[in-house]
Design a protein. Sequence first.
Length: 550
Amino acid sequence: MTDQEKTGGTDFIRARVRRDIDEGRLPHGVVTRFPPEPNGYLHIGHAKSICLNFGVAAEQGGATYLRFDDTNPLKEDDRYVEAIKQDVRWLGFDWGDRLTHASDYFPQLYAFAQDLIRAGKAYVCSLDQEQMRAYRGTLTEPGRNSPDRNRPVAENLDLFARMRAGEFADGAYVLRARIDMASPNINLRDPVLYRIRKVAHQRTGDEWPIYPTYDYTHCICDALEGITHSLCTLEFEDHRPLYDWVLDNINVNFHPPQIEFSRLGLEYTVMSKRLLHRLVDDGHVAGWDDPRMPTIAGLRRRGYTPEAIREFCARIGVTKQDNRIEMDLLEFCIRADLESRAPRGMAVLDPLKVTITNYPAHGGETLSAAWHPKVADLGGRELPFSASLYIERDDFTESPPKGYKRLSPGETVRLRYAYIIRCDAVQKDAQGNVVALECSYLPDSRSGEDTSGVKPKGVIHWVDAGSGVPVTIRNFERLFLVPDPDGDNFTRQINTASVAEHRGIVEPAVLASGEARFQFERVGYFVKDSVLAETFNRTVSLRDTYTPGA
């Protein structure tokens, strides 16, 4: 838990909770809920809501419900339910015995709808979607009453019961609240409460041919579960009057306050589930857990830690103003987390063969190195060394610029944890491409025991050719070319070069260890892929461009 998580911060939501406690309004403690719809995977924006809802309650010794808003069986699936549960657990939160579904309350929701009809506050309407849209009016013009608005109560009850019995086709009728077609808030212009949908539900099967809308459902679920603070993002601010109207007009003795906060926008990606579905369904990415995706599953596969994501959510804070957060901040948080916990290893992404001509051709030795220069508890590993090595291709140039600190003809560098070598000859193919180097080493320059007196230009990493393990290494760049992709044309802004695969070489101890995450020295932070064998995904580069507090 980060320091910010421990203190809980001082945002306006926590201030409201603290005030409610001090004023004695919460005799049963703080109760919050996280209510995802199981129609896709959770993303980093949901992580903010998860951290807020679970965090606010935990800070006050309260409880949080994980409630699935499963009111639209056309788009929902049990695989999303399981993925969401896995993501919430992975982030470090536990709902205990408070796992619920909106479908748990279908009987109560139906009964409350009947009560609204009896009170003359709801009616069955036969307008189709296009007609209803035309009757609704605009932001500057009031709506018109449905021809069915004054249908007698008994007839409304009969039609609603026949809707429930499955007598009518999809779209034939809807149940609408009877509020105010002239309201300046369009959400109050007789909103739909129920619609006919003859689709099997993943939990209730064919029991219900009608399903309640989200606006009608979630406020009632909040009341039935005793939610003390209904936290949601700003797009629901205009829906708050409807939230209050429903609870004020049914026989329920609890009325939670709805409190809105800014949603999370992140540079170089999209958060809309509709757009994320298109990325997956149209094959722009390799699934919901593609490491380029902003989904929690994608971030996990890319090597992000729950601690880093929670720290990120704590740093961005809770405000009333939507904003788009720099990707650099998210990357700063994962670097800060991995810097002290990820073992160091060596990997060569673009191998260039090096033969040490004065080293015994059939000989070899075992060097040693710590897994981390500052964390002794991580221990150490053995490094095989022989006359045949690989170095990074871009660690050599025939024409070095001024100040160049890597290998070039006639110059020396130190091999990390090993010896100083000098480039003596360059081998090329018929096209003039460098294919191998011939070098000599200084036997008295072994790292930690150097008595050579030679000061090399720099230090480079390497892998022994005989014992190194070939692996696939995947480097990722931004998924989009622009910081703020256009929702209408976002597919044209996709970075088609956002993933690059290399056939690299890693030191044998990396694969032999039980660790998943590593810092490949001078390259970046990487994680073993959870699906593809002998594959490493780059979590983040070593270069940090974010300045805390800037």
